[in-house]
Design a binder for this molecule. Structure first.
Ligand SMILES: [Zn+2]
Ligand SMILES: [Zn+2]
Ligand SMILES: [Zn+2]
Length: 475
């Protein structure tokens, strides 16, 4: 072998020196034929080394390129042959359909795999070494192709999804929870239709979605409630002692008067650290900005589609903390003759009581038992006269702050509702009414307004003044 190569080199150097084109062509042709016949890597490798030696010998001559081409052409041929071998071996193990899809693109991305794109013959031994890697490469190429096709399908169905969800969002039963577009798009029922095979009638499936929607919302609400209740379970319990955490949770109810949360984002970014009550806490802005994915949904095509199409908007409670009851608050519940551990918000509301602090402020039970109250205050129950004056002001503010929607006319079309003035105009022109009330038979108040936002607090001496008593937010 060694002398064969030397002979070849000598012959090559000779034809180059003589600049004999014909002799050169003959020599190259002979070597091609020889290599083809033996098709052994051991042959081509010395040839390549020979070529590189010749390249040095002939450095600076116009023949360098020719020599390199000669060796390169052989490499290309070997690569092609290896690819053909790989393809036929893969067909034998059932990759035929996937290979047919790659055929048009000369088997890319298979042909670009490091184990395939080698100028070496694929022996049985080589296949047993790299076959597994090559099949892994096929699997991931298939996964990418399926993902690409699914993504195209999802985008082609985006319009009908959007119009369906938008009409579902107008249902008034959703508003207390402020269910958003992203929340619905992420529900499994919607996902299933979006990912269904083309053979199914997608329009019909979307048209049928409203009949399932009640159940979808009930499940969503249960999930949300569960997340809120979890805020009351000490961290270590939930993970280390799931059973204990479960029984702990059973003792708690979101309906308790002591249920309250604080938003970390509001506290840190805006210095606003008021308590949030249930259920109005559900419509708090910071809980709707970005959502989380369930563990099994991360990195799926559908998750990325929703992220791309809707954004990260969705319900997420990680910024909320449960707020423990202060000793002072406990005393105030007792002052009303109630058991702090069992009294519900509804029972407290029914009492209609107001509290007076330091003879300066009058407030509802929510405001009085809020964790932001000064622990050193002096408290008493408000007289019924004081309470009814405060209630009058509360009612006025409730009406001013509410957003309105007409149940009778199914208006306005946008989900944020009318301001007080527009609602009054609608009431007068359409229903002959003149006064708004939270119990109106036509107009319904939207969130932001519900009973759980009754954390009113006024200066005691402002109740009688001609000026409207202003709500006091911070002490
Ligand atoms: Zn040369
Ligand atoms: Zn917040
Ligand atoms: Zn109306």
């Amino acid at each position: 072998m060694k002398s064969e190569i030397d002979d070849l080199i000598d012959a090559w150097v000779k034809v180059v020196k003589e600049d004999d084109d014909e002799a050169m062509a003959t020599l190259v042709g002979q070597q091609f034929v020889r290599v083809r016949k033996t098709a052994k890597v051991v042959v081509i490798r010395p040839l390549r080394i020979a070529a590189s030696r010749l390249t040095q010998d002939c450095y600076g001559t116009q023949h360098v390129a020719l020599c390199e081409k000669w060796a390169e052409a052989e490499c290309v041929e070997l690569r092609k042959e290896r690819l053909r071998d790989v393809v036929s071996r893969l067909r034998e193990v059932g990759w035929g359909d996937e290979l047919d899809l790659m055929k048009e693109d000369n088997y890319a991305p298979l042909s670009k795999l490091a184990e395939v794109n080698v100028p070496e013959k694929l022996t049985d031994t080589a296949w047993s070494n790299v076959g597994r890697e090559i099949i892994k490469g096929m699997e991931s190429a298939q996964t990418r192709r399926l993902a690409r096709e699914l993504d195209e399908k999802l985008h082609s169905r985006a319009d009908i999804m959007e119009s369906t969800i938008k009409s579902l969002l107008r249902r008034p039963e959703l508003w207390p929870y402020r269910v958003g577009f992203g929340d619905i798009a992420r529900m499994p029922e919607v996902r299933e239709i979006m990912c269904a095979p083309d053979s199914e009638d997608i329009d019909a499936k979307f048209a049928a979605l409203p009949t399932q929607f009640g159940d979808m919302i009930r499940r969503w609400k249960a999930h949300v409630d569960d997340q809120l209740l979890n805020k009351y379970v000490p961290d270590f319990d939930e993970y280390e002692y799931p059973r204990r955490a479960k029984s702990y949770k059973r003792l708690l109810s979101l309906d308790l008067a002591t249920t309250r949360f604080r938003c970390e984002r509001c506290a840190v970014e805006f210095g606003w650290d008021c308590d949030l009550y249930y259920p109005s806490v559900l419509s708090h802005d910071c809980l709707h900005g970005e959502t989380e994915w369930m563990d099994d949904e991360t990195d799926t095509v559908y998750a990325h589609f929703v992220e791309e199409y809707v954004g990260s908007e969705g319900f997420y409670t990680y910024r909320l903390h449960a707020v423990p009851l202060t000793t002072q608050a406990r005393k105030l519940f007792e002052l009303c003759g109630k058991d702090t551990d069992t009294v519900t918000a509804q029972e407290m509301d029914a009492l209609g009581v107001r509290f007076v602090r330091d003879e300066e402020y009058i407030m509802t039970w929510r405001a009085a038992t809020s964790s932001s109250q000064d622990p050193d205050g002096t408290w008493r129950m408000a007289t019924s006269g004081e309470a009814s004056k405060a209630q009058k002001h509360e009612r006025r503010i409730q009406l001013e702050e509410a957003r309105w929607f007409c149940r009778t006319c199914d208006e306005p079309q946008h989900a944020r509702g009318w301001y007080c003035r527009d609602a009054l105009r609608h009431l007068a022109t359409m229903h002959g009414g003149v006064t708004l009330s939270l119990e109106c038979e036509h107009l319904q108040a939207l969130p932001g307004y519900d009973k759980s936002q009754d954390d009113f607090q006024f200066k005691l001496d402002s109740l009688d003044s001609d000026e409207k008593a202003k709500r006091v937010y911070q002490l």
